[in-house]
Design a binder for this molecule. Sequence first.
Ligand SMILES: Nc1ncnc2c1ncn2[C@@H]1O[C@H](COP(=O)(O)OP(=O)(O)OP(=O)(O)O)[C@@H](O)[C@H]1O
Ligand SMILES: [Mg+2]
Length: 238
Amino acid sequence: MSAFAFQDLTVGYGDGAPVVDGLGLDLAEGAVVALLGANGAGKTTVLRALAGLQPARAGRILLGGRDLARLSAEDRVRAGLSLVPEGRSVVVELTVDENLRLGGLWRHRPKARKAAVEEMYALFPALDRRRRAAGHTLSGGERQMLALARALLARPAVVLLDEPSLGLAPKATAQLLGVLRETAARTGLTVLLAEQNVTGALSVASRGVVLSLGAVAADRPAADLAADPALRHAYLGF
Ligand SMILES: Nc1ncnc2c1ncn2[C@@H]1O[C@H](COP(=O)(O)OP(=O)(O)OP(=O)(O)O)[C@@H](O)[C@H]1O
Ligand SMILES: [Mg+2]
């Protein structure tokens, strides 16, 4: 595990003006950082660029002293950077267990594969109880847990989550974010959490970064941000 940082990240669509311009952040190992901002602020764009799904025009992406910026999306996963995209991507035709085994396929030893999957069941007892349930029968919360479990199977050093609480009941959100926080504290996993759910995100994050027009408008301890109504009005629309 190691610290994660990016610098000078510049991303745009087509030949339009950059949507994210010269953005940089430093995340300590094991930190949970909330990436906040109104609709269209650029949160998804940042995460997709870090994961290698959206080409960046410039920038360095540093993990353990290595620059990942020119690696393919696949190689970034191998290097320890995993994205859980918005929309709880699970294979709905497969069961929970099949989804997890699929996520562990890259481990060549069957024993290691099985152990990794069992580790996820220990982390998410709600999934353990639903091993044989088909993806399409899962609740929103269960699906989001499965998507996160699949990402964690790769034992990433850094996980990027895009709006994991979208559409979830408050209880499911609290459960999911709780697992994230515990995992970060226990294993040193570093988390960058993009959320419109400011209250939820700031309750698990130690630090909040507010994006506005693709640049950092505020970067403060989470408790500080949560207690600042003026800032919330200015950048978060409530
Ligand atoms: N595929 C695309 N093509 C062109 N412009 C895009 C594309 N995706 C996003 N944008 C633009 O980039 C800007 C940032 O969008 P982005 O989706 O990154 O914001 P966001 O902070 O994730 O918003 P939300 O809270 O709605 O998820 C917006 O102005 C958006 O219109
Ligand atoms: Mg988004």
